[in-house]
Design a protein around this ligand. Structure first.
Ligand code: PLP
Length: 893
């Protein structure tokens, strides 16, 4: 049979198969289905209305397609559908539109061959996709109508979708916002990461403590990914180096899954390529036949472990081999994938930096330095210097924290065992690097007095007798070294990944102005002095689509109406146009009524998640973020205790003066972080006491919303009136939820830390509730804290309340000791120093809230001045100042 007749035959069959389901079904049955409610598949199923069943094939494409998907993809008789089935039908239909645009974009880019940005990140906290895809693709009209006819709303269907929680917190969500902006700006770019089968753990509460359960987010399948089973890369582990080349002991496959990323207001659809780990062979049949079942499937299980779970740590890293395996796994696959595509159209590897830039999101992907070197030398046959030139021109590095425990340092022993060739390369990089500095360091050391005072020198000689003499030049070079000695464990050598990243890349950036200054003065001080031009700032941003336009449709509509167009959604500078309405009483009233609707939605959410009823006439005060001592949720709770005690001490007449407040906390604690878990217990215990005390009635409520994630944030943020970003100055690199709240007109109480500083600049510091000590004083204050006494009687009252008989004996003793017993700890995060000023700022909040017009005016000003914090602005800066990647929009025709 010729190929043309075969395709004709296939075409005929296909066209028959593509007849809309509604036309192939007898009507009487349908009528019965609509009227007979007992036939519903379960209580939640809704009958499919007649007009949808008798759909006109020509004019109702989306409706027909959705029905077809329900019938043939979901595989249910489409007489009545549950929300989950309707979601599946809609999602699989949207998927096709998405893939059409995706294929066109990728084909266009293949043809044009522009320079690409590859965003390497161990985490992508994507959340849900349906609403974002429908809206970004401009399908809301057509699909909204079809969904309504099915008896649902887009919001209802979206709530059926599992969150893709492949990240811990801010860092992972940043990567997700960046993908949205890269596509929106039509920048040729892909994300690369791991397709974890289990994402961020699900958080529950047991007796007020955090409980953790695995997040199997793929239960219902994933309509948003395209498996590329034919695209698999070999990843090696262990083994040895023979004749300069690596012979791994163990190998697995990295199998690609594409997740199309639709841009807003463009035909561009980018890509997030995630890798799943698969064994080279299913199992050892011989062992299986001998009855050794577990041995037979051992390799398979071990391979599958690699992409099994996201490490549930935030700012606390545990040096475990599996984590390093995950890192090399996705980084190697990403680079191999990129080189394979590059080589299809280019012969000379030297052109790589003009076609590809890899942005390393924190230290997790920084093994890329050694991996790119290895591939260029061992596989492509380049000489060391040529490979180094290409590597350092193709990589860029983002630092996300100065907290020492979050700066990855891998034991040389672990690295050498798992990745012997990489370790060799790292040693060579380190040695060449130090050689390049030796002359400079020698002259510096030479210019300093070499000899110690005679008596000290004699002592030193005695002490040093057992050890070989230290060469002063070598000693001075140590501060630049990638390979360092573990200060806590003599003789144990570590690979400093942040140093390797800085040395091996063209730029290092921080994520907010203050943070980018701090890294130049602290962790990268010596590197900054060597090459200041390498250091940059890129203040974070968030996508205004997800975090304003889609999560707050009420406000979004008002903004569009007021500004006369919806252009602000991609040109957020236009939000400044709201400023001229900030004093308009009628406008303020509309603004407030939208906030009230959003508060009602939040109150409903709280009721459904916790059973707690909260009044909507109270001030909604929100702190949602990872639970951490540096983020100081306990400081928030100290103020809650103080408020509680003040209400209790007041007379019924005086109580009328209090502004009712609902304090809402959400966030996960790293599983091994004992103090963070105790902080959750503090919130829930206070909630138990306060929410059930008739004396405070509705004046104060404390709510912990469990399992904080992206989609909860999308409901919580629009309903918040004040939000707390109260980290010890100098500890929060940027923060991004502060930006989300600002966009939604939520006032901020915060320290001069991270991006709060820039938010204050944009919105006016006088409009923010600013408190606390300055970052530049932290070092000194930490030293002085030992002898520091909090000069505020309220502090003592709060401490006694927490250790008194309201709670189980000793329950919060450790938490209190940490901040209050200077013989045991030194209040590292300086709660004592900031307590009084924090309460002052809290009082200011109450005062302003009583003047609703003044409050609303500020709220409008926040939204109006949030334009700078769009991730579009941030990505535009990365593209121009680091990546040198230019937009390559798909033409409309
Ligand atoms: C934005 C976001 C974060 C980051 O919050 P910060 O307050 O900046 O730490 C964390 N988790 C989720 C789910 C987010 O959406």
């Amino acid at each position: 049979m010729s190929s043309s007749s075969s395709s004709q035959l296939f075409g005929r069959n296909l066209s028959q198969a593509l007849r809309p389901v509604s036309l192939s079904r007898p009507l009487p049955q349908r009528v019965a289905a609509v009227t007979d409610t007992k036939k519903k598949t379960n209580g939640k199923a809704k009958p499919v209305p007649m007009e949808l069943i008798r759909v006109d094939q020509q004019k109702a494409a989306a409706e027909t397609e959705i029905l077809r998907k329900i019938a043939y993809q979901v595989g249910v008789d489409a007489e009545s559908v549950t929300a989950q089935q309707a979601y599946q039908g809609v999602a699989w239909t949207v998927r096709e539109r998405l893939i059409d645009a995706f294929n066109k974009t990728q084909a266009y880019w293949r043809e044009k061959d522009p320079k690409f940005i590859y965003y390497l990140s161990a985490e992508f906290l994507m959340g849900r996709t349906l609403t974002n895809a429908v809206n970004n693709l401009g399908l809301e009209g057509e699909f909204g109508e079809a969904i309504r006819k099915l008896g649902y709303s887009l919001e209802e269907l979206q709530s059926q979708e599992q969150n893709a929680s492949l990240g811990n917190g801010g860092l992972g969500r940043l990567a997700a916002c960046f993908l949205d902006s890269i596509a929106t700006l039509s920048l040729p770019g892909w994300g690369y990461g791991i397709r974890y089968r289990y994402g961020m753990f699900r958080q529950g509460l047991e007796n007020g403590y955090q409980s953790e359960s695995p997040d199997y987010w793929l239960t219902n399948g994933n309509p948003w990914e395209i498996p590329r089973r034919e695209l698999a890369y070999k990843i090696g582990f262990y083994g040895s180096v023979q004749q300069g080349k690596w012979v791994p002991d163990e190998q697995v496959y990295a199998v690609a899954y594409d997740n199309p990323i639709p841009g807003y207001g463009t035909k561009t659809v980018g890509n997030l390529r995630l890798f799943d780990c698969q064994p080279m062979s299913e199992f050892k049949l011989a062992s299986f036949n001998e009855g050794k079942y577990s041995e037979a499937t051992d390799a398979k299980r071990k391979a599958e472990d690699i992409s099994a779970v996201l490490y549930p740590n935030d700012a606390t890293e545990y040096g475990r081999e599996l984590r390093l395996k995950q890192q090399i796994f996705f980084v190697s696959a990403a680079i191999q994938d990129t080189l394979a595509r590059f080589k299809k159209t280019h012969k000379d590897m030297k052109e790589l930096p003009s076609k590809a830039c890899f942005q390393m999101n924190d230290t997790h992907p920084t093994i890329a330095v050694a991996e790119l070197m290895r591939l260029l030398i061992d596989q492509e046959g380049l000489k060391w210097d040529a490979a180094w030139d290409i590597t350092t021109k193709s990589l860029a590095f983002t630092n996300h924290t100065v907290m020492p425990e979050a700066l990855e340092k891998w034991p040389v022993k672990v690295m050498a065992k798992l990745l012997p060739r990489h370790m060799e390369i790292i040693e060579k990089i380190d040695s060449i690097w130090k050689d390049s500095l030796r002359a400079k360091v020698t002259s510096e050391v030479g210019s300093q007095p070499k000899q110690a005072a005679p008596e000290k020198a004699a002592e030193a000689t005695k002490e040093a007798a057992a050890e070989p003499p230290v060469d002063p030049v070598e000693a001075a070079l140590a501060k630049y070294s990638i390979i360092t000695e573990n200060p806590w464990e003599k003789g144990v050598k570590l690979v400093n990944m942040a140093f390797m990243a800085t040395i091996g890349s063209k730029s290092t950036n921080g994520v907010a102005a203050i943070h980018s200054e701090i890294i130049k003065e602290t962790i990268f001080k010596d590197f900054y002095e060597l090459s200041p031009e390498k250091f940059q700032n890129k203040t974070n941003g968030v996508t205004p689509r997800r975090w304003l336009a889609y999560c707050n449709p009420g406000l979004s509509k008002l903004i569009t109406k007021t500004l006369g167009s919806d252009e602000w959604i991609s040109k957020t500078d236009q939000l400044t146009g709201l400023k001229q309405h900030a004093d308009d009483k009628a406008f303020q009233k509309q603004w407030r009524s939208i906030k009230l609707e959003n508060k009602q939605r939040l109150a409903d959410l709280i009721k459904s998640k916790t059973g707690i009823s909260v009044p909507t006439n109270a001030l909604y005060d929100v702190q949602i973020k990872r639970i951490h001592e540096y983020k100081r949720q306990h400081l928030n709770m100290f103020s809650v205790v103080n408020r509680y005690l003040e209400i209790k001490a007041a007379s019924p007449e005086e109580r009328k003066k209090f502004v009712p407040r609902v304090v809402i906390i959400g966030g996960k604690a790293a599983s091994a972080y004992v103090m963070a878990k105790k902080m959750i217990k503090l919130v829930t215990s206070l909630g138990d006491v306060i929410n059930n005390d008739p004396e405070v009635s509705d004046l104060l409520k404390v709510v912990f919303i469990p399992d904080y994630n992206v989609s909860l944030a999308e409901t919580i943020i629009p309903g918040a009136e004040v939000s707390q970003h109260i980290s010890t100055a100098g500890t929060e690199a940027s923060g991004t939820s502060n930006m989300k709240f600002q966009m939604n007109g939520c006032l901020i109480i915060g320290t001069m830390d991270g991006a709060n500083i820039e938010i204050a600049q944009e919105s006016g510091k006088e409009n923010m509730f600013v408190f606390g000590v300055d970052a530049k004083d932290i070092g000194r204050l930490r030293e002085e804290r030992k002898n520091f006494k909090v000069n505020d009687p309220r502090w003592e009252k709060v401490m006694s309340f927490l250790t008194g008989n309201t709670f189980e004996q000793g329950l919060f003793q450790d938490l209190v000791d940490n901040v209050n017993d200077m013989s045991k700890a030194n209040d590292w995060f300086l709660l004592g120093n900031d307590f009084t000023d924090y309460l002052r700022a809290q009082d200011e909040i109450d005062v302003l809230y009583k003047d609703q017009d003044a409050w609303t005016k500020r709220s409008i000003l926040y939204t109006a001045s949030s334009g700078f914090f769009s991730s579009d602005r941030c990505i535009d800066q990365y593209a121009k100042e680091i990546w040198d990647v230019k937009p390559c929009p798909v033409p409309s025709s």
